[in-house]
Design a protein around this ligand. Structure first.
Ligand code: DGY
Length: 307
């Protein structure tokens, strides 16, 4: 029996592609025939891709858009819903991977690991002697911007490092961590901000010049959320002027490239949007996307529809 065909938007890592291919025939847009465009009932995508109204409107038989990712800011969700198309995502299965990366980036930033690695490789250790001192994580106050599933996973992993934790978000969750309804006020009281809130219109640019100034010359910013959450021009300016200490970024406004000004700065650690990029996690994301697609195509409720 032939497998149901899906329109595949974006390239998937081998582990995810192989899993999806066990259940579906994946067809990229450039290989789809007119008959296939007319017949596709499902579309599978990734959170680094755009699924805009024009694409949705080319698919008259579409019933479900499944993204392998928790973020869905690249998908025209309202347009899909207005067309009666369900949109699903993969929350939960990537919390650990993203939290581990956030902690890893933070440690890499404080201990200047990329520069330390280059120091050994380039033999500067031999020529120059001691490497410049870093900063300890213990004793620092860390503010988490967005205490959802990922934010909680980050808090859980940071607690044993003997930090004090605070959070900012739309609601006070009544936890032992200090809650700040005002983001700049939290930044003022913290040494480190970790951004892990959802992207999209509600959070666009909330890490602005005021928040960066409040974090201050000894402060560090870690962003594992979306590039859109940070005012990148203000970030570059603060780092260049020394009014912000350092930044570790997994996400950028202009992916898949990073602002050239950031590349020139030594006090930044950069990663190519790898929050969920582990074999285990990408497999789990593909499994959940598959389950969502199969459910909706069988006329059953999706497991994890976007809220
Ligand atoms: C997501 O799932 O939205 C992540 O950004 C993917 O790594």
């Amino acid at each position: 029996m032939s497998l149901p065909a899906l329109l595949r938007i974006g390239a998937f890592p081998p582990v995810a592609h192989a899993l999806l291919s066990q259940h579906f025939t994946l067809v990229p847009p450039e290989e789809a025939s007119d008959a296939q465009w007319a017949a596709f009932q499902g579309l599978v995508t990734r959170s680094n891709q755009r699924v805009d109204p024009a694409l949705i409107d080319r698919l008259p038989a579409l019933r479900v858009i499944a993204t392998c990712g928790v973020g869905y800011d690249g998908i025209a969700v309202d347009h899909a819903r207005a067309r009666g198309v369900q949109v699903t995502h993969t929350p939960g299965v990537l919390d650990t991977a993203v939290a581990e990366l956030a902690v890893g980036l933070l440690l890499a930033l404080l201990r200047r690991l990329p520069a330390a690695d280059a120091f050994v490789r380039s033999d500067r250790w031999h020529r120059e002697g001691a490497f410049p001192l870093g900063a300890s994580l213990a004793g620092k106050r860390v503010g988490i911007v967005g205490l959802g599933r990922i934010g909680r996973a980050i808090a859980d992993r940071l607690a044993p490092f003997q930090v004090s934790l605070a959070y900012h978000g739309p609601t006070d969750q009544g936890l032992a961590l200090s809650y700040y309804p005002n983001l700049a006020a939290m930044a003022r009281d913290c040494d480190i901000l970790i951004v892990c809130c959802p992207g999209g219109a509600r959070t666009a640019g909330i890490i602005d010049a005021e928040v960066l100034a409040a974090l201050g010359p000894r402060g560090a910013l870690v962003n594992v959320s979306r590039g859109s959450v940070v005012d990148e021009a203000a970030l570059v300016q603060a780092l260049q002027a020394g009014t912000l200490g350092a930044a570790a970024l997994d996400v950028f406004q202009t992916e898949p490239t990073a602002n050239a000004a950031l590349l020139a700065l030594e006090q930044v650690v950069l990663a190519p949007h790898i929050g969920s990029a582990t074999e285990e996690t990408r497999l789990a994301m593909a499994e959940l996307a598959t389950a969502n697609l199969q459910a909706v195509l069988a006329g059953k409720p999706a497991l994890t529809p976007v809220p």
